[in-house]
Design a protein around this ligand. Structure first.
Ligand code: BDR
Ligand code: CA
Length: 290
């Protein structure tokens, strides 16, 4: 089987580590580059976490370090969910930096795309800062991208504010650049990960899957503040699942915009909308049908 070239941008992150465990061991994809982005924790930690995972699996895949903060906003962090290291729960060996390229992520992405005779698939499971810079620097590369799958955004509620999903909330300007780019983006949003729950009995089964299973079992015990009993939401792994088994999901084609000013989306008043009933507290309550 001809393995498809795949480039990954990630901020490990416990669910990132699980997404990598799945896709790096697949027969279908040949991962040519992994780029780090700040997101769940700072850039030095996410870069180190990628190197730790590659050492754990004894894989020689080039790694390029990416942006340390969002394009225009101050950074936030999700160490409350993933632990101080970003991958708490397993005692990884210290990695060396042999696999680390001496060019930044956006440049490495460009180089890997241009050196590939075939179109590449891309998967981004963290904030989209590197991707936005790459698109601004090398828009000509878009022609060589077969498909772009992200974990980010939400069709409903948010997990980093009422409406915002963490990766898009971290760098909304970058997310806007990707969605406006015209690339064929497949969005595995928060609402998908909310349905992909891992319970204690699932983690016990995972533990039996050799040393990778034991490692992931350890991470799962710490993920989301030890919230295993309620079911752990597996966001980034859905992007890997999509690449391997797209038939697991349903899809709609949609125009997606990203709100960057912090304003709620304007509400559309339908013709049949009823008039608001008189308020018992004039001036204090609003009722807006939609
Ligand atoms: C996303 O935010 C991060 O905490 C996870 O790794 C995932 O990429 C979910 O909103
Ligand atoms: Ca992530």
């Amino acid at each position: 089987m001809n393995r498809k070239p795949l480039l990954i941008d990630t901020d490990p992150g416990i669910d990132d580590a699980i997404a990598l465990a799945i896709i790096l061991h697949s027969k279908e994809y040949d991962v040519r580059l992994i780029t780090s982005t700040a997101g769940n924790v700072g850039i030095d930690k996410t870069t180190k976490n990628i190197l730790k995972l590659l050492k754990f699996w004894n894989l020689d895949i080039p790694v390029a370090k990416g942006c340390a903060r969002p394009l225009v906003r101050p950074e936030i962090d999700a160490s409350g969910v993933h632990g101080d290291s970003g991958m708490d729960g397993y005692d990884f060996e210290e990695p060396d930096e042999r696999l680390l390229l001496d060019v930044p992520a956006a440049v490495a992405i460009h180089q890997k795309i241009q050196e590939s005779p075939d179109k590449v698939t891309m998967m981004a499971i963290g904030p989209l800062t590197n991707i936005a810079l790459w698109l601004r620097l090398y828009p000509e590369d878009k022609e060589k991208v077969e498909e772009f799958v992200i974990m980010g955004g939400s069709m409903g509620r948010g997990n980093s504010g009422v409406l915002a999903e963490y990766n898009c909330h971290y760098d909304p300007e970058a997310a806007k650049i990707l969605f406006d780019s015209g690339l064929p983006v497949v969005m595995m949003g928060l609402d998908v990960g909310l349905q992909a729950l891992v319970y204690p009995e699932d983690s016990a089964k995972i533990k039996t899957f050799g040393r990778t299973g034991e490692m992931i079992y350890g991470l799962l015990q710490r993920y989301r503040g030890k919230g295993l009993k309620q079911g752990l939401k597996m966001y980034d792994a859905c992007a890997s699942a999509y690449l391997l088994k797209p038939e697991l999901f349903g899809y709609v084609n949609a125009y997606v915009d990203v709100e960057t000013s912090g304003a709620p989306p304007p509400r559309q008043r339908s013709r049949s909308a009823k008039r608001a009933p008189p308020s018992p507290f004039p001036g204090r309550m609003r009722w807006t049908p939609f």
